[in-house]
Design a protein around this ligand. Sequence first.
Ligand code: ZN
Length: 336
Amino acid sequence: MKKAPIFLAPLFQERIWGGSELKKQYGYNIPSGQTGECWAISAHPNGPSVVREGDYIGKTLGELWDEHPELFGHFNSEKFPLLTKILDANDDLSIQVHPNDEFANEFENGEFGKTECWYILDCDEDATMIFGHRAQSKEEFMDMINEGHWGDLLQRIKIKPGDFFYVPSGTIHALCKGTLVLETQQSSDTTYRVYDYDRLGQDGKLRDLHIEKAVEVTTVPHTATKVEPTLDKVTGAVVTTFVEEDYFSVYKWDVQEEAELTQAESFTLASVIEGSGTLITIEGEFPLQKGDHFILPAEVETFKINGSLSIIASHPNHKGSKRLGMVETTRQMANS
Ligand code: ZN
């Protein structure tokens, strides 16, 4: 069944800032009321996804990647490149920064760097997040950290549901209280904490900070990559393109009736964030509901989605060679 979607079972991580929205909003069976992360599509050793049904049931995504490269269009990467999460920030996350590929490879045992992006699924009315900083030089950055001038140093911005943020490695950032986010990121688990509000961890101690590494990898002065979503209407759906960058492209498919879509990618990661419907490929019909996560293998070139639902879809890109996204194909379809 190389033309069927591969459904993956989500995995949950408890965090001191976590909550219970993943149960309330997605019906997931979470381990506690401090569940911060749903690792939805992951081949990372710290939380590998397992195939939920079908031919490959019980296999981890990492095993599939190694044993069946044809499913992934022989995408040229030693490790599965991306990681999809849903994050429930019931409290503020630490102020943090992630390294790029070169730094992580050298200092974090061959890890990928971590460029990430966020689609705001839901948030409190007055929700904010930390995105960037105001220091003009590394020296000033270091001084403001040492003196604890967090209010002056950190840029706080307002957010609302539906917003999208691209967070390249080197960007100082933090999700804040009352935010539910779908994150698409490089497959990496390396975070350098700069400030943690002097909170105690589960063991009653201050959580570790990593200021030296953080200062080294932070982009100074802060530069924001502007993302301007573009909308394309195709039969039965609206396709929003949020970002097409070095490591990934991310889209939203809002299906209203029956959408005919085409995949020109090596493979696509998909997460149903709202509604329900049916995915139809040459292999059959597959029910979709809010909270489902799946991969469309390379050989699924055309497919239909029925129903009323929203899906966040992504595919990896090779750094430096941005590839045509699905939207190119759908644009052609819309024109033809
Ligand atoms: Zn992060």
